[in-house]
Design a binder for this molecule. Structure first.
Ligand SMILES: Nc1ncnc2c1ncn2[C@@H]1O[C@H](COP(=O)(O)OP(=O)(O)OP(=O)(O)O)[C@@H](O)[C@H]1O
Length: 123
């Protein structure tokens, strides 16, 4: 295998390892994955529209993406300082805020897609 091809494969392996580590060490990541999987099963069961699938995939991706960035940032902050520092608090709180924002969006999307199918005539 050519050197640059090997580097490409390795970067893919490292990325998968990063996702695996986040799943292993972050309880919140496991919660997001289970919620996402349940939403996908529910969507298949309720036969949602193609555009709803797109929105659902984007929404789940956004939550997982935010949690991965949050996990990376937490590790980076812990690497920089073990002391209680206002900058560390700000960085971690803001990153957690990003996850909260994406999760709130996921709740709204879930309600808008699923509630009318489970309780017709609600909206
Ligand atoms: N070095 C620090 N200096 C000041 N405040 C901190 C520091 N580390 C953490 N905190 C505060 O404690 C909160 C929790 O931090 P922690 O590292 O336990 O992350 P967490 O949100 O519990 O994430 P997780 O449980 O997913 O690892 C942060 O949001 C921040 O407000």
């Amino acid at each position: 295998m050519k050197f640059h091809n090997l580097r490409l494969v390795l970067s893919f392996v490292y990325a998968l390892r990063g996702i695996g580590r986040a799943v292993k060490y972050e309880a919140n990541m496991r919660v997001h994955l289970v919620a996402g999987a349940l939403a996908l099963v529910g969507a298949a069961f309720l036969k949602i529209m193609p555009y709803e699938w797109l929105i659902l995939f984007l929404t789940i991706t956004l939550v997982i993406f935010a949690e991965l960035i949050n996990t990376a940032l937490e590790a980076n902050v812990d690497l920089v300082t073990k002391e209680s520092r206002p900058e560390a608090r700000l960085a971690k709180d803001v990153a957690a805020g990003a996850v909260l924002f994406a999760s709130a969006n996921a709740v709204v999307v879930g309600l808008v897609i699923f509630v009318p199918k489970i309780f017709p005539g609600v909206f």
